[in-house]
Write a new protein. Structure first.
Length: 80
């Protein structure tokens, strides 16, 4: 089984974490339980990472120049 390729965009606004997926998944991907589990796991990792970043930046304003982009892998590791 091949993995599902997608970009997860995480936005944090006033301590609220918003997730969006691009591109939208096809029915073929949605209907395969293994791929659905992979997508849910990746979204949970992205949400947890965004929550940590939001907590870190709660004291000071988030500045775009200091933003770190991370690739969150399905194995739970994150890279900058």
């Amino acid at each position: 089984m091949q993995g599902a390729d997608a970009t997860v965009v995480v936005t944090v606004v006033q301590d609220t974490v918003w997730l969006s997926i691009s591109p939208p998944f096809t029915w073929e991907v949605i209907m395969e339980p293994g791929k659905v589990d992979e997508v849910i796991s990746t979204l949970e990792l992205a949400r947890d990472e965004a929550t940590k970043v939001a907590a870190t930046h709660k004291v000071s304003a988030f500045r775009e120049s200091k933003a770190a982009l991370r690739a969150i892998r399905s194995d739970g590791s994150a890279t900058q």
